[in-house]
Design a protein around this ligand. Sequence first.
Ligand code: FAD
Length: 330
Amino acid sequence: MTIFDPADGPQARGAAGWTAAGMLSPSAELECSDLQVFQDGLDSIKMWSEIVAALPGAPDFARHGSLLLAHRGDGGAARRLVDLIERKAPEPHRPRPLDAESLGELEPDVHGPSLAWFLPHEGAIDPTQLMPALYEGAKTADWRWSRTVKEVGTGFLVAGGLRHVFDHVFDVRGLGQRPAKGPAAGCMDVRGVRGEIFLVQNRNVRLARPVRLLHPRHRVYIVPRRDHHFVIGASEIESEDRSPVSLRTTVELLAAAHSVLPGLAEARIVHMETNLRPALRDNLPRIEQASGLTRINGLFRHGWMIAPAMAERAIIQAGIPFPSRGATAA
Ligand SMILES: Cc1cc2nc3c(=O)[nH]c(=O)nc-3n(C[C@H](O)[C@H](O)[C@H](O)COP(=O)(O)OP(=O)(O)OC[C@H]3O[C@@H](n4cnc5c(N)ncnc54)[C@H](O)[C@@H]3O)c2cc1C
């Protein structure tokens, strides 16, 4: 296997995948996805448990479920979203209402929201650990760093001024799939959706699982990471502006996060980042298959959540034998 990437090495953080919070939340994401994404999400959680176990460095992978939270005044908007998920998700994946005592048992440091629902089958990974681990697990592949692929066709690609011929090409360039001069025949009409995210740390705050605050104007989530770090995200703006995090997003996201986990008031902001989610017009992912060529794009908010299942389906559709589960790391 040969991999071409314009990044200058495995630690270069250009891909949206580096910025992602790492939530594996097929039920909660039914807000903006369909049943195929939901099923891919469930299947991928199972696959991640096998993949992660086979990777070096034991990257974090948690399956403690997730919580939907709302303040009393926002109950109407929150219930509309919960109803939507209930209509779309089959049992046992529907939100389970929690009373204050049960919420306190699950997450003692959460204070403020009076409405809570539990989604028991969700999980989370840490992309900043998985990216290097996936690279280590696939190190025997032929990695061609600093190589921008300019053109892809059936059984070939063009990079570094050379035409390279292969049995099969998988085009997974995200926004890089779009030609510089705009949409072209054979390419998906992909756009970037700006997302901003914060990494904060407070050793006195505990959180076992991702929580989402259902707010009428913005969606805010907090995802726990190793060593009392917390990811707070994320804006979703129809813009391809990659400039630094805005003041508006900072005020809105951090105030909302603090209203759920008051202990975050003394957290230190360790890092903030902006990136673009590759999305298609319907915000749904797509696999396009031709002889010698597979294009995958439009993973939008769900790349980590669905990547294993989508990759497996794409490989099978391409007629390439899929390695038996647990046989290889990546
Ligand atoms: C703020 C934020 C939060 C998110 N949170 C989550 C989350 O909690 N859970 C979740 O599942 N998803 C989340 N996502 C979405 C997830 O990051 C994306 O769906 C995923 O990264 C898309 O994967 P991709 O490989 O298509 O694109 P990318 O991750 O952008 O990767 C594209 C790759 O193609 C390479 N490339 C680009 N151009 C070329 C070229 N010309 N030639 C060769 N290679 C090229 C790039 O270097 C890169 O390696 C989030 C995204 C953002 C921005």
